[in-house]
Design a protein around this ligand. Structure first.
Ligand code: ATP
Ligand code: MG
Length: 469
């Protein structure tokens, strides 16, 4: 069964979705502007026609005086004829009254003075009409005043505008489709510029030299920079890791070489006293080797990213328990191990309890092995200003200032280290740094070693603000 590829978002599709609304709005605006422009020009053309008609009626009446009495049916037909509709007209004389008319123009649309140029007006009474009017003194009877009005409805003008709009729509659609293609090829061309970067990534160049150079487009520079940072921190982590593996191998080689030496000695000289001495060495070296293996595992455990998530832990309840578990070991080692802390339910921290257990065990191990028989060691717990302080102090020999500064380094041991592996305090530091805490080393009040673990405190569950009220 082949696995289904995860659904990815597409740059092209999201850009289209993002642009679809503004594109639609722009197309609508373009259509509206086109329609208004078409109407404007249709109006101008039709107005010019109306004016021409009025002027030709005036000319007709001046050149053919018989029209003054009555218009011939042919002349009337020509006046009211319009290929796209029907025209209204009204020709009235001040002296003779109506000469010819098929409608009554409203008074406000008529020109106020005689012989002024044709007056254009619009009425919206029962019909929506455009009117052209002019009054003049006819040559046959200069004392008379004749008023000529020709009018038409807007149907034709609207039809023209609509026709032009219909012609523009395909052009607009073509532009939108063209734009979609331009976007697609723009994205393709833009992404092509990433090819050299992808090739360099594929070749693994980033491992040797930074990706971020002059060839990287500025928009991708943050991405290349982030990859560089990631790679360099990985490289650092790998270097630390391989140094650690080399150190660990070195640490294991010493006891293994000893094991080989003492077993060969026993094989070569089977006298009971030599055998006993060699076996004693073998037993100690085996302990040492298994301690190193155990501590390496423990360090790997606390380092592992999959370590359980920190939870709110009642330190004032679990720390005394952890110390209590080690009392039998302390009795065997001749160390007086004690605990000093507030009652359960008072100190909390967000911590992985198993990791904390490893840290405390290592501190107690150190007190038992490095302070030694006849000494006392006390674990104490307190909280101040949001910081939890867990202290292990003993009255043993402690360490000098130079060694104090190096405590916590991996494999660091003072003068032979009493058979340990030199990883105990490194484990403690790892646990603390994983919980935003830190470790402080100092000389104890009685000259021994004092190790302080500082951790951010957590609120007690369901705690209410006691200062309120
Ligand atoms: N309580 C102490 N008193 C005196 N010296 C100490 C004490 N704790 C640690 N040291 C010194 O610090 C060194 C480092 O301690 P650390 O716990 O890291 O390693 P270790 O105890 O030698 O080995 P292990 O990994 O088994 O714990 C010890 O070898 C010891 O010399
Ligand atoms: Mg130790």
């Amino acid at each position: 069964m082949n696995e289904r590829a995860p659904r990815r978002t597409s740059l092209y599709r999201s850009l289209l979705v993002y642009l679809s609304v503004p594109l639609t709005v722009l197309a609508l605006i373009a259509a509206l502007v086109t329609y208004e422009m078409a109407r404007y020009y249709a109006n101008r053309a039709h107005d010019a026609e109306l004016i021409e008609q009025v002027d030709s009626v005036v000319k007709l009446m001046d050149t053919q005086p018989e029209t003054f009495r009555a218009f011939s049916p042919q002349a009337l037909f020509l006046i009211q004829y319009d290929p796209d509709g029907f025209q209204f007209y009204s020709i009235t004389s001040a002296r003779k009254g109506v000469i010819a008319a098929n409608f009554q123009p409203p008074v406000e649309s008529l020109p106020a003075t005689v012989n002024e140029p044709v007056k254009l007006s619009t009425i919206r009474a029962e019909r929506h009409l455009r009117l052209a009017s002019r009054s003049f003194h006819p040559k046959v009877d200069p004392g008379d005043t004749v008023m000529v009005t020709v009018a038409e409805s807007f149907t034709d003008r609207r039809r023209w505008a609509q026709r032009i709009l219909l012609l523009t729509i395909p052009t607009l659609l073509l532009m939108v489709v063209g734009l979609i293609f331009v976007i697609r090829s723009g994205i393709d061309t833009g992404l092509k510029r990433l090819d050299p970067l992808i090739t360099r990534l594929r070749r693994g160049d980033a491992l040797h030299k930074p990706l971020l150079d002059a060839d990287v487009p500025s928009e991708v520079a943050p991405l290349a920079g982030t990859i560089d940072t990631l790679v360099s921190s990985l490289r650092e982590a790998l270097a630390v890791q391989s140094r650690f593996i080399a150190d660990a191998a070195h640490q294991l080689r010493t006891p293994l070489a000893g094991l080989r030496l003492h077993s060969e000695r026993a094989l070569a000289d089977p006298r009971p006293e030599v055998l006993e001495d060699a076996l004693g060495h073998v037993a100690r070296l085996t302990d040492r080797t298994s301690r190193i293996a155990e501590q390496l595992l423990s360090l790997a455990r606390v380092q592992s990213v999959q370590a359980t998530l920190p939870q709110r832990v009642d330190l004032s309840a679990i720390v005394p328990e952890m110390v209590g578990e080690r009392v039998p070991d302390a009795l065997r080692a001749g160390v007086d191990l004690g605990y000093d802390g507030p009652h359960p339910g008072s100190v909390f921290a967000m911590i992985d309890a198993a990791a904390l257990h490893e840290a405390i065990d290592n501190l107690i191990d150190n007190a038992l092995f490095h302070a030694g028989r006849g000494h006392a060691a006390t674990v104490s717990l307190s909280q101040q200003d949001g910081t939890v302080q867990l202290t292990m102090e003993d009255d043993g020999p402690g360490v000098d200032d130079a060694a104090l500064a190096r405590l916590g380094e991996r494999f660091f041991q003072v003068a032979g280290g009493n058979g340990g592996s030199g990883l105990g305090l490194a484990i403690v530091e790892e646990v603390l740094s994983r919980h935003d805490g830190r470790v402080r080393y100092a000389r104890g009040g009685a000259g021994g070693l004092r190790v302080e673990l500082l951790l951010p405190a957590a609120q007690a569950p369901g705690k209410v603000d006691e200062t309120a009220g």
